[in-house]
Design a protein around this ligand. Structure first.
Ligand code: AMP
Length: 117
């Protein structure tokens, strides 16, 4: 991040500058509850590294990408989501991205339809 740029809201949560319900954390990422849930279970898995979006990911970020999905699996296992869960990444305005800091949505707790749009 350019030092003159304002931190995005997820970076402020990672840095404990604003509150959030942090449900899980490891060296690479945090899991927070979404403030505007779209399903009974709706959490965000957010890398601590400030990557803008999937389109900006570098080859060197491959372990971070793996960690995000492994954290999704771990969250599902530890929260009893045996009936299923969905993971989503919104990349860019047409996809509904509203926070420019890479994050994976994990949704569960009700039957979902496909396609989602
Ligand atoms: P996206 O639209 O894919 O960029 O997803 C951003 C998500 O962040 C939305 O589902 C918002 O409800 C959620 N969100 C925004 N601000 C916060 C916050 N302070 N704490 C938790 N979730 C947030």
């Amino acid at each position: 991040m350019n030092p003159n740029d304002e931190k995005d809201i997820f970076q402020k949560i990672i840095d404990r500058e604003i509150p959030a319900e942090i449900l899980m954390e490891d060296g690479q990422c945090i899991v927070i509850r979404d403030i505007n849930p779209g399903a009974p279970v709706h959490v965000l898995i957010i890398p601590k590294k400030n990557i803008l979006r999937l389109a900006e990911v570098q080859e060197s970020d491959v372990s971070i990408l793996g960690s995000l999905l492994l954290m999704a699996q771990k969250f599902a296992q530890t929260h009893g989501l045996s009936k299923g869960f969905r993971v989503v990444i919104n990349n860019g305005p047409d996809a509904g991205e509203s926070v420019p800091h890479l994050h994976v949505h994990l949704l569960a707790g009700k039957p979902m339809i496909w396609p989602p749009c």
